[in-house]
Design a protein around this ligand. Structure first.
Ligand code: ZN
Length: 303
């Protein structure tokens, strides 16, 4: 394949259309979860990015020096690339449904959602989040069907719960609905929570499968992140307090210095006034003495 376009200016049409054809080939042959190893100068085949980002990087930063397309193919055919590929395929095969989570843990997604929405995330909502694109559309028709079913069932349960005026935990409804839509929990995973959560860890070893339960694994992760945030905030606050204390001390020292200076000025002024007064007094005394002398000389004692 012709690669002479790579030597053209990055603002040229030749370069731009070359990048397009490179992206077409790379994403057709080597993408994983809509990402390829970005061959730009900054990412040097280490960072995975989606097409738009790679495109931008190749226009802004250009290809890493000496980049050959074969490099990418070599990498993807190497053990590292292959094993990554294998892991990707294997984990995708294990999952019946694709989802938008990528490499993020579901607990993390739930936590992020909790932070932005301010409310806790139920299992059904988590399923929705994971199977919905950013534009709000479901990622597959299968996912759309399941979401629809989950929603219907949930509405049914909620209606039943409200007519019986029973206070049913929202998590319990979620668990019941998911059990009905997906079937009983099996294969060491809890539906909607990702494959790393076993039913025991999720529901707790002492509780039976659909007993009231908080999303334990999520709560653990949320608690951990909350704790971490708290620690970071505490450290930040301590830092700010230390800065404030230092500034206050500085300000106080400056004020004290100014005060001392003012006092010294006053004292000097007072001393100067005192001196002036004393001088005037002594001059007055001299004048008085001179006047007395003149009087005694000018006025004859007898005419
Ligand atoms: Zn890049």
């Amino acid at each position: 394949m012709d690669k002479s376009w790579m030597n053209y200016s990055r603002v040229s049409n030749v370069y731009r259309s070359g990048v397009e054809s490179f992206l077409n080939l790379a994403f057709a042959t080597s993408s994983q979860e809509n990402m390829i190893l970005c061959p730009c100068k900054k990412c040097v085949n280490i960072n995975w990015h989606v097409r738009e980002v790679v495109h931008e990087h190749l226009i802004v930063f250009g290809f890493v020096r000496g980049y050959q397309w074969e490099d990418a193919c070599d990498f993807w055919n190497s053990n590292k690339g292959e094993s990554r590929e294998r892991i990707g395929v294997a984990s995708r095969e294990k999952q019946k449904f694709t989802h938008t989570a990528g490499s993020k843990s579901f607990a993390r997604i739930a936590n992020e959602h909790e932070i932005t929405s301010g409310s806790s995330v139920g299992r059904i909502q988590l399923f929705d989040i994971r199977h919905t694109r950013k534009d709000g559309s479901p990622i597959t028709s299968e996912a759309a069907e399941i979401m629809e079913k989950l929603r219907e069932k949930r509405a049914e349960y909620e209606a039943t719960a409200s007519t019986h005026n029973s206070s049913v935990n929202a998590n319990d409804i979620d668990n019941q609905v998911i059990a009905e839509v997906f079937g009983p929990e099996r294969y060491g995973r809890v539906r909607g929570q990702g494959s790393f959560v076993t039913p025991t860890a999720y529901f707790g070893s002492s509780s039976s499968q659909y007993m009231p339960s908080q999303s334990r694994s999520i709560n653990v992760e949320v608690d951990r992140i909350k704790q971490q945030l708290q620690q970071e905030m505490d450290a930040k606050i301590a830092e700010i307090q230390a800065q404030n204390a230092a500034r206050d001390a500085e300000r106080e020292a400056a004020m004290a210095a100014r005060e001392a200076e003012k006092e010294a000025t006053f004292a000097a002024r007072e001393a100067a006034l005192q001196q002036k007064y004393e001088n005037m007094e002594s001059q007055l005394a001299k004048l008085l003495k001179m006047m007395q002398k003149d009087q005694s000389q000018d006025s004859p004692s007898d005419p």
